[in-house]
Design a binder for this molecule. Structure first.
Ligand code: SF4
Ligand code: SF4
Length: 59
């Protein structure tokens, strides 16, 4: 699952644009990732300009 650092996020929307499964909801100053729709492709992690997203491995 993707972990969001909400203090870092600048709400630019880049991750929303790049997500192939539309798993990211961005509404004003609120961002949320629907775990059940995320396939772990890391596109959002790679595009985020401020490094606010991180792929967490569930053990
Ligand atoms: S890892 Fe991929 S599928 Fe999951 S939220 Fe990021 S861009 Fe979307
Ligand atoms: S790309 Fe990064 S800074 Fe932009 S909305 Fe997504 S998490 Fe926030």
């Amino acid at each position: 699952m993707i972990k969001i650092d909400r203090y870092r996020c600048g709400y630019c929307g880049a991750c929303v644009t790049v997500c192939p499964t539309e798993a990211i909801d961005l509404l004003g100053l609120w961002i949320e990732i629907k775990d059940e729709e995320c396939n772990g492709c890391k596109a959002c992690v790679n595009i985020c300009p401020v490094g606010a997203l991180e792929l967490e491995h569930v053990v």
